[in-house]
Design a protein around this ligand. Structure first.
Ligand SMILES: Nc1ncnc2c1ncn2[C@@H]1O[C@H](COP(=O)(O)OP(=O)(O)OP(=O)(O)O)[C@@H](O)[C@H]1O
Ligand SMILES: [Mg+2]
Length: 250
């Protein structure tokens, strides 16, 4: 599709195995538009992180093609940001230095206004001179998000970003991500094991299947974007459907 931001076509990934190659992803295809979101779910080991790393240009696919804005992805690109579960913050650098790390690396000057805007919307003002070990898990996660978002990627990849965070803080972080998403025109893909998180954040929910090594189902989620969605009947209906689907995979 020509108007897609991201186009994944017949993607397969095999890792070298002892006797034969280990098949992890087989013939996975999907597209993502601009200002779009996708949640990816599936059993442990089904290839979710592998898929994100391939999209980020950090891992080679075995077959298939991936394009962003029509250009093939052959390596890391500024158009794509990645936030991993372990935050990836440098412990010896302050919060501000961590936030600006990617920008420094790319020799980009970030306007002060943009920097303070992101700190404010993510609720990390006043932490500039602290070091990561002086922050809570939720604050660290927000610093990692700020570092990726400040580069204004067209596509942000999030691998279980809120997994190690308590339920309430986690929902606040989801709210903040949705708030930034409402103001900034980027797209994101979030990998999560949490059904409510997938429904709250993904305009579509893609389920990968361990046995088939590929795409199982894509669910449409028209209610997404509503900050009160968690209390709506549509939210509960979809979570029951999703739970049944996921249980059927094992
Ligand atoms: N570099 C590698 N070499 C060989 N096998 C690998 C490599 N990386 C991942 N795998 C295998 O590929 C499969 C998919 O791994 P991946 O990390 O993508 O799973 P996942 O869906 O993200 O799982 P989880 O939900 O537990 O994070 C696993 O069986 C894993 O052992
Ligand atoms: Mg993973």
């Amino acid at each position: 599709m020509s108007n897609s931001l991201l186009c994944v076509e017949s993607l397969s990934k095999y890792f070298p195995g002892l006797n034969k190659p280990k098949k992890v992803l087989e013939d996975v295809s999907f597209t993502l538009s601009s200002w779009d979101s996708l949640a990816i779910m599936g059993p442990s080991g089904c290839g979710k992180t592998t898929l994100l790393l391939i999209i980020a240009g950090l891992l080679q696919s075995s077959r298939g093609s991936i394009t962003i804005d029509g250009e093939p992805i052959n390596g890391p690109t500024r158009k794509i940001g990645l936030v991993l579960q372990e935050y990836g913050l440098f412990p010896w650098k302050t919060v501000e230095a961590n936030i600006l790390l990617g920008a420094r690396f790319q020799k980009l000057k970030i306007p002060e206004k943009r920097l303070s805007e992101f700190k404010s919307v993510l609720g990390i003002e006043g932490l500039d001179h602290l070091y990561p070990h002086q922050l809570s898990g939720g604050q660290r996660q927000r610093v990692a998000l700020a570092r990726a978002l400040i580069l204004r990627p067209a596509l942000l990849l999030l691998d279980e970003p809120f997994a190690a965070i308590d339920a309430i803080t986690r929902e606040r972080l989801q709210d903040r991500l949705l708030a930034v998403f409402g103001h900034r025109q980027f797209s994101f893909i979030i990998v999560t094991h949490n059904i409510e998180e997938a429904i709250f954040l993904g305009k579509r929910i893609l389920i990968l299947n361990n046995k088939a090594c590929g795409l199982c189902t894509i669910l449409e989620n028209p209610g997404v974007g509503d900050l009160h969605y968690r209390t709506k009947p549509g939210f509960f209906e979809l979570s029951t459907r999703l739970r049944n689907l996921l249980e059927g995979l094992d």
